[in-house]
Design a protein around this ligand. Sequence first.
Ligand code: ATP
Ligand code: MG
Length: 156
Amino acid sequence: MIDNTIIRAKHLTKHFRDFWRRPKVAAVQDVSLDVQRGEVFGLLGPNGSGKSTTIKMILGLLHPTNGTLTVLGHDPRDVKTKSRVGYLPEESYLYPYLTAEETLNFYGKLFDLSPTVRETRIQQLLEMIGLSHARRRTVGEFSKGMMRRIGNSHRR
Ligand SMILES: Nc1ncnc2c1ncn2[C@@H]1O[C@H](COP(=O)(O)OP(=O)(O)OP(=O)(O)O)[C@@H](O)[C@H]1O
Ligand SMILES: [Mg+2]
């Protein structure tokens, strides 16, 4: 049987410690959840309730204090897993003087895509996010929504 579980957390716990390694904040306490393929899953809660900390553990940026976590069946810190994960942070750090096209070209180069592949992908992506008309404009002058679109597209 194919396992359609994309994210599986069992008793996930994260305690931040102080300089002397004494527990300081119980940021995430005993969270168990499964996210299935194709599911849209929202993590809701008051400020400081541990949402970002949970996401950081799913991305493999923070190591859980307790519990187990798998993403696509592997440890979230696994490099193979990372290549299949897209993440749009609250703020995208884009180079303001690059145009939309140049921004995507830059990330394409980081992923070692050939010039011809980059060329077609960039046009496809700009079309998909509805920013073809703005491809020659610098992202520094983009509106908030346009910035979110371009910030998400270079992670696909
Ligand atoms: N690096 C850290 N060191 C110490 N404490 C931290 C660290 N990161 C988060 N915390 C603490 O962990 C708790 C959960 O924080 P987290 O950022 O996960 O909350 P959140 O649910 O994302 O909140 P918000 O809705 O404000 O984004 C908070 O008490 C926070 O102060
Ligand atoms: Mg947060």
